[in-house]
Design a protein around this ligand. Structure first.
Ligand code: FMN
Length: 199
């Protein structure tokens, strides 16, 4: 009987391994938000990412992200409000902490990992590009592979964005849909990169 039970568990384990029960792809969505707009986009990015199988998501305010969250992440998405034509100081501080955490962990920084950026801004053409490009430049310097978004016309973007000072103000359904598509694309491409690296 004992031998039978032993064999049964050994077979179950082998079947699971053969089925490629890979550990989940870990995605960290970190955001700074003073008045809730960027947070709404972050929640929509998470919804999109969660639609991809085999993905585990951590959603946190930048100030609450731990070094462990950073080191464990296969992909990092940063959300920032545009403040004075650029990413917020809090979002920039988070980027510094990403470099610090990966450096201390002895990792080759963002090598083999993905990163992406989204933002919200009060008015159109008033810093969205600068904010996303500023964060993208930092991620590139840390050796991350950057994933952008795709707009409704099918063109690539620097990442999802919303203009929040309209009438009514805030994040609308179209913005949320764009953020969900962005989250789905980020999770799917991060999974692809991790699977290819494991070969
Ligand atoms: C200090 C400060 C500076 C801002 N600077 C800009 C700016 O340069 N360009 C812009 O379009 N909006 C600017 N805004 C508006 C915010 O980007 C916008 O309201 C955003 O949606 C806020 O996001 P949150 O609700 O996640 O904090 C600024 C807001 C604050 C508080």
């Amino acid at each position: 009987m004992a031998r039978f039970i032993h064999r049964f568990f050994a077979c179950t384990l082998l079947t699971a391994l053969a089925a490629g029960a890979a550990p989940p792809v870990r995605i960290l969505i970190a955001y700074h938000s003073r008045t809730g707009n960027t947070e709404k986009m972050a929640v929509a990015v998470r919804e999109g990412a969660a639609s991809v199988a085999g993905v585990e998501i951590v959603l946190r305010k930048v100030a609450e992200v731990t070094a462990d969250d950073i080191v464990k992440a296969d992909g990092i998405v940063l959300g920032t409000p545009v403040e004075w034509g650029n990413l917020s100081a809090e979002a920039k501080r988070f980027l510094d902490r990403v470099g610090e955490a990966l450096g201390k962990a002895g990792a080759t920084y963002g090598e083999g990992r993905t990163a992406a950026v989204f933002c919200t801004a009060g008015s159109p053409s008033n810093g969205q590009e600068m904010a996303r490009m500023g964060a993208i430049a930092a991620f590139l310097a840390m050796r991350f592979a950057i994933v952008g978004g795709v707009n409704q016309e099918g063109f690539g973007t620097l990442g999802a964005q919303a203009v929040t000072a309209g009438k009514p103000p805030g994040v609308n359904d179209g913005d949320r849909a764009e953020a969900r598509r962005f989250g789905e694309r980020f999770a799917r491409l991060t999974r692809q990169l991790r699977t290819a690296a494991a070969r």
